[in-house]
Design a protein around this ligand. Structure first.
Ligand code: MG
Ligand code: MG
Length: 248
């Protein structure tokens, strides 16, 4: 079911998303080579709970941590571990969610550790920009196919693969609500967005093929060709003349 939020609900989502944004900013300040992804998870758990919010990922379908940490060829849903040490030259996608007074925030960033290969730097920048290429055209009445097309055509113009197997989503009382928000699509097709709908837009862009598969841990999604992948996500609310990005 697609829900249209009241101004009061949007205000609670603003708070939940600011907590997520600040958690990611804190991780950006601290992340460096030699740390484990488990240490990043503790930073997130401690900060979110200090804000009187709930880390929404923890226990979600049994997920064992407060953030997802996905390194290099890992696309999303990597599990933080004290055995995974971040290295110089890695890219680390961190996805984070919080629930504040019953409402969800959800955002992700891909961090570059030290000196990263120039081609990989470009992948990270294009992934982030593809989100903004989508946001540029958004406003009340725009169709989901137009949003997906804007993201896809930008990313594919660099020869990258746009992940199809996972998509963005509506968000509110639940982290994952209708509608699905694909990062690919056909212009003029799909649902029309309405004012005060809240959606999480999250391009997952691969340097090579768009094909992905799941590791035996039952969570981590990796690229089929083992080439790197980047992820960038924000929660937005649709307005009459554009969007408000709640997690930025
Ligand atoms: Mg997310
Ligand atoms: Mg999401």
């Amino acid at each position: 079911m697609i829900t249209i939020k009241t101004p009061q609900e949007v205000e609670l989502m603003r708070k939940a998303n600011i907590i997520v944004r600040d958690t990611l900013n804190l991780i950006q300040d601290k992340i460096k080579a030699g740390m484990t992804t488990k240490e990043l998870d503790k930073i997130a758990y401690d900060y979110i709970t200090k804000c009187n919010a709930v880390p929404s990922f923890l226990g979600y379908s049994g997920f064992p941590a407060s953030i997802c940490t996905s390194i290099n060829e890992q696309v999303v849903h990597g599990i933080p571990s004290d055995k995974v040490i971040i290295k110089e030259g890695d890219i680390v996608s961190v996805d984070c969610g919080s629930i504040y007074k019953g409402y969800n925030g959800d955002a992700a960033r891909t961090f570059m550790i030290g000196k990263v290969d120039e081609k990989v730097q470009q992948l990270v920048k294009v992934t982030e920009q593809s989100f903004f290429e989508g946001v540029k055209i958004l406003k009340e009445g725009v169709r989901l196919g137009d949003l997906g097309h804007a993201i896809q055509s930008y990313a594919e113009s660099f020869g990258y693969g746009v992940v199809r197997a996972l998509v963005g989503h509506g968000i509110g009382r639940d982290m994952h609500e209708d509608p699905e928000v694909p990062n690919y699509g056909r212009e003029g097709h799909g649902l029309r967005l309405r004012k005060n709908m809240t959606i999480a837009i999250e391009p997952m862009i691969n340097m090579g093929t768009h094909e992905v598969y799941m590791l035996d841990d039952g969570w981590t999604i990796v690229t089929e060709d083992n080439l790197p992948s980047a992820h960038y996500e924000n929660t937005v609310v649709i307005t009459e003349d554009g969007v408000e990005i709640l997690s930025l």
